[in-house]
Write a protein that binds this ligand. Structure first.
Ligand code: BG6
Length: 456
């Protein structure tokens, strides 16, 4: 599969596009009950893909996509985490069949930030080893159901982001060190769960491929000072290597082990765990990339408590990169297409696996002008990043596909609907759902032509 034609795609995730709250037997998800932020869209209607799926696939075909990356709503398939909802399975059968009708390869992710709230209520979700069993059952259900039609799968999306986002894991009551300890424990359970799922996959979908999706970290040290170099190495270990080393090699980076041991936070590892971790491996790595980061050593006056939990680490902190520009209100780390190239080179040399870009895109508060969206800023961003993909391919890196984020405007993971990434405009706002009419942006037509041009 990896040697076939380059895959041109676009991505979404279920809780960010589907809506269909309470419909078709869907259960309540962690993402449905997140504390509501004033003036920010929730997931109840989202982009109303639940009612527009056919039209959306039609647009994918018009674009000329060869792959569609989406995710299953765990809570649509197993509303309470235990019992199968056949209507939910049917929804995905229709979607997959419609993609296949147009020659678009369906590429589902099993876990993209969303799970049945019942599992959190019952035992704390990923905090408990029971979640490994329940995730394995969910994955097995999906492989049995769709494994004959779908041969490209992703296991878990961005462990770094999800384990630290309380409103996504549903474990909202702990703070400070207790929350950090939980974050590392949940991450360990997810790594084990991924391995269990890969083991099942090998039996049920023997000719398929399954990969791990990471939030790729292209990290620049703020200066050549040894302290900053060390900080940037630590950042890489805590933000990326700990997840990918586990996925690919079944072990944690040494400094990560040392740090967690010192804190008393290193999860217990049984012999059976070790055996499982070492014996199963993904076939490829999915890369989500939006921008790079610049890292320096922590200074005594730094207040880390305001940073996202994965940056609340005394080994490193994030700082501005004076060499990266073109920021808009949403792309706060700036825009750095070359960072995609550098990150993938690095990733490949550590893991030696084929790579697909599973997410890459520009957030902007697009506004309709005479019924159109002339999003030249997005075209510029996509073009610059695709050029880096071309370069990687020319240099022989096994990059087998590119999926832009996102196919259509959707609810941002935590910033509502004003922050738009789509090639297709969805006519709604944070406050008003309206009719969610689809309007093709200028970037849609640009991407359509870029796909025709091909890779190499
Ligand atoms: C990735 C996620 O972290 O980035 C997506 O996989 C998310 O789900 C995307 O939407 C962009 O982030 P945000 O916070 O702008 O939605």
């Amino acid at each position: 599969m990896f040697q076939d034609n380059f895959l041109w795609g676009a991505s979404t995730s279920a809780f960010q596009v589907e809506g269909g709250f309470g419909q078709g037997g869907k259960g309540i998800a962690t993402t449905d009950v997140r504390p509501k932020k004033v003036g920010i869209a929730d997931t109840k209607v989202a982009s109303d893909h639940y009612h527009h799926w056919k039209e959306d696939v039609h647009y994918m075909a018009q674009l000329g996509l060869s792959v569609y990356r989406f995710s299953f709503n765990w809570s649509r398939i197993l509303p309470d985490g235990k019992n199968i909802n056949y209507e939910g399975l049917q929804f995905y059968h229709q979607l997959i069949d419609e993609c296949l009708k147009y020659g678009i390869k369906p590429f589902p992710t099993l876990y993209h930030f969303e799970m049945p709230q019942a599992l959190v209520d019952n035992y704390g979700g990923w905090k408990s080893r029971q979640c490994i069993e329940d995730f394995a059952y969910y994955a097995e259900t999906c492989f049995n159901e769709f494994g004959k039609k779908v041969d490209l799968w992703a296991s878990i999306n961005e462990m770094m982001v999800v384990t630290s986002a309380k409103e996504l894991t549903g474990n909202i009551s702990s703070f400070g060190d207790e929350a950090r300890k939980e974050m590392y424990l949940m991450s360990y359970h997810m790594s084990l769960a991924e391995k269990r799922v890969i083991r099942i996959f090998r039996k049920l979908v023997p000719s398929g491929k399954i990969g791990h999706v990471c939030a790729m970290q292209t990290i620049y040290p703020a200066s050549p000072k040894p302290e900053d170099i060390q900080a940037s190495m630590s950042a890489k270990d805590f933000l990326q290597n700990c997840f990918l080393d586990m996925s690919v090699y079944g072990r944690y980076p040494q400094y990560y082990i040392h740090y967690l041991q010192e804190k008393g936070w290193l999860p217990e590892q049984s012999e059976a765990d070790k055996e499982l971790l070492q014996s199963e491996h993904p076939d490829f790595i999915g890369v989500n990339y939006y921008s790079s980061s610049c890292i320096r050593a922590v200074l005594p006056e730094d207040d880390l408590s305001k940073l996202p939990p994965f940056y609340q680490n005394e080994n490193f902190t994030i700082t501005n990169n004076p060499h990266i520009s073109m920021q808009n209100e949403w792309m706060v780390s700036g825009i750095d297409a070359k960072g995609l190239y550098l990150g993938i080179r690095d990733l490949y040399e550590r893991y030696h696996l084929p790579i697909i870009i599973t997410e890459n895109g520009l957030a902007y508060s697009d506004e309709l002008s005479n019924g159109c969206i002339n999003d030249d800023y997005r075209i510029e961003y996509l073009d610059a990043h695709i050029q880096q993909c071309k370069r990687l391919r020319e240099e022989g890196y096994p990059l087998f596909g590119y999926c832009t984020w996102s196919l259509l405007d959707l609810v941002s993971s935590h910033q509502g609907f004003k922050k738009r990434y789509g090639l297709i405009y969805v006519d709604r706002t944070d406050e008003e759902v309206k009719d969610c009419r689809r309007i093709l942006k200028k970037s849609f037509y640009w991407y359509q032509n870029r796909i025709k041009e091909g890779m190499n």
